[in-house]
Design a protein around this ligand. Structure first.
Ligand SMILES: C[S@@+](CC[C@H](N)C(=O)[O-])C[C@H]1O[C@@H](n2cnc3c(N)ncnc32)[C@H](O)[C@@H]1O
Length: 242
């Protein structure tokens, strides 16, 4: 289980190099995964979106560019404080505000948002079930939850290459560019410990979502999960898993 103090201090340390390393290491594919996440939500003009663990705001900004009214929240000041400057430079069609907050207990209204998202974030949260519970609570009945994550690499050739890259090459690059080899060892550790997509589907169902499904991308390197809050439901989320 990730220790929130360690997670926050690690993201605070790498915040300055986070975006550049993401783009460079994935050769821009990370933004393609985020765009697919946004596309899954359909027409977004005027829709309310809550983006949890928003980091430096990349997913939040893509939602805002489609005309959504976005609240991005992250508990690491050094990450989320970079987002408003990016929003100003990109002048999105919708609106976006960024707040510092914990994805397990956010000061946002219940039954309020059309979409709740989290990209590459829930894996870092101490209790992912509570995070799913917050998404459920914040969504309107019929609202859509979107979770983008790195599933554990499969045993196919792409998965095996990715495993090698993750374990041996990524920490070296992270060590040189971000001067933080340990942070880039943390990433493969948490990905390898993360549940496979079918198991996470069960977690979403236990959190109360229906029509839960997923799509793997780029040979299984990333996975987009989705589910809806039942149209008849109102904010008392099911009790979190023990
Ligand atoms: C890998 S970054 C992802 C950032 C962004 N969503 C993206 O797509 O680039 C993970 C983020 O999760 C945040 N985070 C981890 N645990 C959190 C929690 N309990 N509440 C809020 N943010 C959290 C970290 O601060 C970090 O910014």
């Amino acid at each position: 289980m990730p220790d929130p103090h360690e997670v926050r201090s690690m993201f605070a340390r790498i915040a300055g190099t986070y975006d550049g390393l993401n783009r460079g290491l994935s050769m821009g594919v990370d933004q393609r995964w985020r765009r697919k996440t946004v596309a899954k939500a359909g027409a977004l003009s005027g829709k309310r979106v809550l983006d949890l663990c928003c980091g430096t705001g990349d997913l939040s900004l893509l939602f805002a560019e489609q005309g959504a009214q976005v609240v991005g929240a992250d508990f690491t000041h050094e990450m989320v404080s970079r987002a408003p400057g990016k929003a100003q430079r990109r002048r999105a069609a919708g609106s976006v505000v960024f707040v510092q907050g914990d994805a397990q207990a956010l000061p946002v209204s219940s039954d309020h948002f059309d979409v709740a998202s989290v990209a590459f974030g829930i894996r870092n949260v101490e209790d992912p079930a509570r995070c799913l519970g917050e998404m459920w609570r914040a969504l309107k009945p019929g609202g859509l939850a979107l979770v983008l994550e790195f599933p554990p690499p499969g045993n196919n050739p792409i998965g095996q290459s990715f495993r090698l890259y993750f374990r041996h090459i990524l920490p070296v690059i992270g060590g040189v560019v971000a001067r933080d080899r340990e942070a880039y060892r943390y990433l493969p550790r948490t990905v390898l410990a993360w549940p496979k997509p079918l198991v996470f589907t069960g977690w979403m169902q236990q959190a109360g979502f229906e029509s839960v499904d997923f799509q793997t991308m780029t040979g299984g390197i990333a996975c987009l999960h989705w589910g809806t809050k039942p149209a008849t439901a109102r904010a008392q989320a099911p009790a979190p898993r023990a």
